[in-house]
Design a protein. Structure first.
Length: 223
């Protein structure tokens, strides 16, 4: 299954049990917000064609996908969960547990970020969609010093990518999310810094964003 193919069989979200059939791997469970790909990855350890369950470990004779041994990093594919690593003798169940702990910690970090984004939305008056969009847009910026200009253009470029490079749709999306110009983008950036999701520098404030781009300039300025 590729990231562009929807789940074509019943697959229970490992976190809440919601049926993820028809959802794309790149989306999230609509019930609890857990990434669909995480459930797919865990399910693949035991059976790539069915939902994951710890109860299935007793009947599993061979792991269907790659799993590194927690101790020696040997590939445990085709080994039974109740066996030991053929290279070092480490219990395979411990490696399965370690993999699940990594997934859960990753989910907990994402859940903590999601909570902060919702708090920012509630405190700033911007929709959660606008806050999340601006945050995701900044994640696409390359390393190095980020200026008000580069941040604004990153938000614009992300809108274009989100709207399949249709300038009119991207323009309307930014208007709908109340991110039509640099002033509004700067307010969102300041709120993300305030909650601790972005690291502030001595030059970070809404002031550099003020009157930098109106909507037309934002949509037409070259990167």
């Amino acid at each position: 299954m590729s990231s562009s193919d929807p789940v074509n069989h019943d697959l229970a979200c490992y976190n809440c049990g919601y049926n993820l059939r028809t959802l794309l791997p790149t989306t999230r469970c609509p019930e609890c917000g857990r990434p669909v790909q995480q459930t797919i990855s865990i399910a693949a350890l035991v059976d790539p064609n069915s939902g994951y369950s710890f109860k299935g470990l007793a009947n599993c004779t061979a792991l269907a996908h790659d799993l590194p041994c927690e101790k020696c990093k040997a590939n445990l594919r085709n080994s039974a969960p109740t066996d030991r690593c053929p290279t070092c003798g480490y219990p395979i169940l411990r490696s399965i547990a370690a993999e699940e702990i990594k997934v859960r910690r990753s989910y907990q970090r994402e859940a903590a970020t999601d909570l902060r984004l919702h708090i920012v939305a509630g405190a700033s008056g911007y929709s959660i969609h606008a806050i999340r969009f601006a945050y995701d847009a900044l994640a696409r910026l390359a390393g190095g010093k980020q200026s008000a200009r580069s941040i604004c253009l990153a938000v614009r470029d992300f809108a274009l990518s989100y709207c399949h490079n249709d300038p009119q749709e991207a323009s309307q999306a930014l208007i709908d999310w109340n991110l039509p110009d640099s002033d509004h983008i700067g307010q969102v950036i300041a709120a993300l810094i305030e909650i601790g999701l972005l690291r502030a520098t001595s030059s970070d404030s809404p002031q550099p964003f003020k009157n930098l781009f109106n909507h037309q300039q934002l949509m037409t300025t070259r990167t």
